[in-house]
Ligand binder design. Structure first.
Ligand code: HEM
Length: 600
């Protein structure tokens, strides 16, 4: 028998006889090796079984547990485009425990959203999303079925209809005028103002659509981490990125006083009219108690998001709540929902008190539209549905981040192409003149301006991978078998820059949409098929109005390090295609527009 002195009493150090130590180490290695081979063999066997149903799209070799998560890099759409070059326009990935397929060609995207539109009409169920989005019941996250059809139809009819859009446009124009007025005021003292475009635009779009950053956080956070490459990235980098991404903008132009709560305050007005009186110009400066409470709930929720959704792809982690994030998130969601419920009750009381007298204000509030529907169809529009629709994380996500993001990219492109600004100004001067401000009805007549918008959406589609779809039946794409339950990612970024389809794909050429060279080519920044963006018409009108007004009223120039005339176009991290560095620019009111601007 070998004597093993595990604890040397004299020295107090652990001691193990050498031959045994070597044997144990060898044994340990053997066990690890055998376990690894066993997992690999099982994994292969499962893959092979799937193969037997049909030929799966090609893809890289997966490792157990992580699948291909370790291969994905930031920004994800670029990383997937690189993989597409290697494995083709349709390839498979294993994202932790989930199978995914990535489509990167116009033809195959068309095939997915025409022939197989119904098959891919669902969304993957992700635990984090479920927690944040009322069990995954909001429009953008809901699985395909009667519930999604109901809320999508209701939103299209009552919140995003042409009639409703008509009543939103004056409000949007008013916000644009306010923005121009402030920028002019800032520029007046020094002959030009340095502005951070995204902050301006985000304020604008949030106040316009009356929805919160909450929208963006939930949809995109889960997606981002869904596709984040490692657990580490999600827990640390992902979290930091999320915090950067979804924090309300606090950086201020030098000329302004702090208004961090401006957008929330304005959103509250659109959703529920929480302020009893608005003094026209200064209405944004003071927050209602409701807006304040909402802001506080966001402040708690936002930092938790990035850390939480690693569970989505590694089910083992769902069993543990190592840092207590899940519990904290559940508590924050509870607080948020209790607040929403109180808000609905308050609005209901306000409407009752207002009955007969406040017709106009009734029409303005989104909550009131839904509460009046509840009166006629209480079953269809119960409080839960109202909450889902009004505060849906996705219904107006486009309305905030996407519209502001697209405008920011468009302005960056324009700053790098001053000749395009001149052309657009000439077009606006010719069609609109210099005696009034451009309005939403002018936009359809301004071809070059629309070319700018389209080109910005082509080069920088703010949801470059759309929102993930999921197949609900087996189907065949590009000749490959796609099993039911597969996540579908469509890389619009790669599709819009495919050199086999687009001439000079990386070049900014608004003219291509005027000279017919883009005719028939697939441009799908809003997706395609039944899950495509219901806010497309509103977004296009808004983008035209916002960019058109900025171009009409101001001359633009680059600032600081980019004064040589080149704006850095590096993409940041996040699934809604942020810029790496927020765009700053110098604006100077155009002489020919001064009279109009002064009267705003
Ligand atoms: C530049 C602006 C916008 C862009 C680029 C954009 C893009 C998109 C994209 C790519 C999708 C996913 C489509 C898919 O998965 O196939 C989407 C979904 C959605 N968008 Fe937008 N969007 C914008 C503005 C808006 C606006 C203004 C609204 C509402 C006011 C809106 C509301 C929605 C909703 C509710 C969904 C989910 C649809 C569903 O799952 O049924 N979006 N958007």
């Amino acid at each position: 028998m070998v004597a093993v002195d595990f604890f040397d009493q004299g020295s107090g150090e652990v001691g193990v006889s050498e031959p045994l130590c070597n044997m144990e180490t060898a044994y340990l290695y053997l066990v690890v090796l055998l376990s690894f081979l066993f997992v690999l063999a099982t994994h292969r066997l499962i893959s092979h079984r799937r193969h037997s149903k049909g030929k799966l799209p090609p893809g890289p070799l997966a490792v157990p547990v992580l699948g291909h998560l370790h291969l994905l890099e930031k920004p994800l759409h670029r990383s997937l485009a690189r993989l597409a070059k290697r494995y083709g326009p349709v390839f498979s990935l294993r994202l932790g425990s989930r199978d995914a397929v990535v489509v990167s060609s116009a033809d195959l995207a068309r095939e997915c959203f025409t022939v197989h539109d119904l098959t891919f009409a669902s969304r993957p169920h992700l635990p984090t999303m479920a927690l944040m989005t009322y069990g995954g019941t909001t429009i953008g996250n809901s699985v395909y079925g009667p519930h999604w059809r109901h809320i999508r139809r209701a939103a299209a009819e009552h919140l995003l209809s042409a009639r409703r859009m008509g009543s939103m446009l004056p409000a949007i124009s008013a916000e644009v005028r306010t923005m121009v007025r402030r920028m002019h005021r800032a520029a007046a003292t020094s002959g030009g103002a340095r502005v951070e475009l995204k902050r301006r635009l985000l304020e604008l779009s949030i106040s316009r659509h009356g929805q919160a950053e909450l929208t963006v956080q939930c949809s995109c956070a889960a997606l981002a981490v869904l596709l984040c490459r490692t657990i580490d990235l999600a827990a640390a980098g992902g979290k930091a990125a999320m915090q950067r991404r979804f924090r309300f903008p606090r950086r201020l132009d030098s000329d302004e006083t702090a208004r961090p709560a401006l957008s929330i305050s304005a959103l509250m007005e659109t959703v529920a009219q929480t302020k009893t009186s608005r003094a026209a110009d200064d209405a944004d400066t003071d927050m209602s108690p409701e807006a304040q409470e909402f802001k506080e709930s966001l402040d708690v929720l936002i930092p938790l998001i990035g850390a939480a959704n690693t569970w989505d792809f590694v089910p083992l982690l769902q069993r543990f709540d190592v840092l207590g994030v899940k519990n904290k998130m559940a508590a924050a969601v509870c607080t948020r929902d209790a607040f929403f419920k109180r808000l609905i009750d308050k609005e209901r009381r306000r409407l009752k008190d207002d009955d007969g007298g406040g017709g106009e204000s009734k029409k303005m509030s989104m909550l009131s539209v839904l509460l009046s529907l509840q009166e006629s169809e209480p079953e269809k529009y119960n409080d839960d549905i109202i909450m889902i629709m009004c505060f849906s994380p996705s219904i107006f996500s486009g309305g905030t981040e996407t519209t502001a993001g697209t405008s920011e990219w468009a302005m960056a492109l324009l700053l790098n192409h001053p000749e395009a600004i001149k052309k657009a100004q000439a077009e606006i001067d010719a069609f609109v003149g210099t005696s009034r401000l451009l309005n939403a009805d002018d936009v359809p007549r301004l071809g070059y301006l629309q070319g700018i918008v389209n080109e910005a959406l082509r080069l920088y589609p703010v949801l470059p991978l759309l929102i993930p779809h999921e197949s609900t039946a087996d189907c065949t794409v590009g000749g490959y078998h796609i099993p039911s339950g597969t996540i579908l990612l469509v890389n619009t970024y790669a599709i819009h820059r495919d050199p086999a389809v687009w001439a000079h794909p990386a070049a900014f050429k608004p003219e291509r949409f005027l000279d017919g060279s883009a005719k028939g080519l697939l441009l799908m920044p809003f997706g395609m098929g039944r899950r495509s963006c219901p806010g497309e018409a509103l977004a296009l009108r808004t983008l035209g109005l916002v960019l058109g007004t900025l171009i009409q009223c101001f001359d633009w120039d680059t600032v600081g390090a980019s004064a040589a005339g080149v704006v850095d176009m590096t993409e940041g991290v996040g699934l809604s295609l942020p810029r790496a560095v927020p765009l700053e620019a110098m604006c100077k009111p155009r002489q020919v527009m001064l009279d109009v601007i002064r009267k705003l």
